[in-house]
Design a protein around this ligand. Sequence first.
Ligand code: PMP
Length: 449
Amino acid sequence: MKNSTLSQRDLSVLWHPCTQMHDHESFPLIPIKSAKGVWLEDFEGNRYLDAISSWWVNLFGHANPDINAALKAQLETLEHVIFAGFTHETAINLAEKLVDLTPAGLSRCFYADNGSSAVEVALKMSFHSWQNQGQTRKTKFITLENSYHGETLGALAVGDVALYKKTYAPLLMDVITVPSPDCYFREKNEAWADYSTRQFAHLDNTLQQYAGEICAVIIEPLVQCAGGMRMYDPIYLTLLRDACHKYNVHLIADEIAVGFGRTGTLFACEQASISPDFLCLSKGLTGGYLPLSAVLTTDAIYDAFYDNYANQKAFLHSHSYTGNALACRAALATLTIFETQHIVDANLLLAAKMTALSKRFIDHAHVSEVRQTGMILAIELVKDKRSRAPYPWQERRGLQVYQYALQKGVLLRPLGNVIYFMPPYVITHEELNVMFDIAWQAITSATQH
Ligand code: PMP
């Protein structure tokens, strides 16, 4: 079978996510036949290094033997069962593990089936818990500039990436958007912590003014991923946690992208020693195998819903695939790998290797910044290094990087003009060398004219 045969069949019936389908008149779709470790293989034997973990989900490689074995065992006993009125051991095991591993105070686990749904759950639970407590004026959410929380309407409303949000603005609830701690904008020589602290004043003022109407602040801890891998200092989270306590507002930590070892700790919140009121998890949760998400919350929130049925306080939210047994089993197998193979420690070495390999990009004539938080490393391309004037989006420089790298066997998927690496944790040092070498060539090629 040739790639083009499948590609033609695909393009006559399918519609792909986050894609202008017209682009495929000039850029071929790539049908993948199989994958192993960090490598994807197409129908013509070409291999591609998955440098972005298939949209940030894959942690321990494709066709991971441990996760495969766990799923096969689960298939023999239970694939799925309704999760209202019924339960099963795998879902319980996973919830116990998540409660155990996540920051202190998160004692309840509510399952959903993708990241956006987890965000919807957290928003609804926060609002509803205030309603149940008679705080009916609390109806609004605070979010940060350049944040991203998913594509469903509630999640889109609390995001701030214009590319995804602008068209739908008339459909979206009103939110309060405050300036971000994004350290790309710090003064020359200003420390990350100083800039992030300075930026916190905006949020503090907003809370002071509107706390009585605010349900929660929602935030991506440490890295605004879809917003171009923009990063900030953990001090911002510490200040935010204190302020949310002070003003009686919930804190929703969306660790859908940054959870599970991405930032150097199992959860990003650990770097600020904070516990949010809601923690949203998905993506890496199942090692990249199956859709699953979880919202962890506190006893206090749970108790705000716990009452006689007649008092009508229950959280009547559901998804058909809630607590799917196969997905939960993949998640358990993933967490076992973290424990038995000491992944968080092992990642420190990988992250250090990434730092070393990224050094030469700093002086590139069209790179304004190289930034890193753990296993996320981003390179910001600009038209003019001194003024940091960006390339016009119409030039699609990132796409040129993507195409060049793909030809050479590396899957990068730049966010506009930001080239980033977010590889599976099973990547070897040699593979990291290949990834950075090809990125260098791709960036050089895409910026030379
Ligand atoms: N929150 C964050 C921080 C994300 O990065 C994403 C996905 N990129 C989502 C939410 C939405 O997750 P999903 O795509 O599974 O709906």
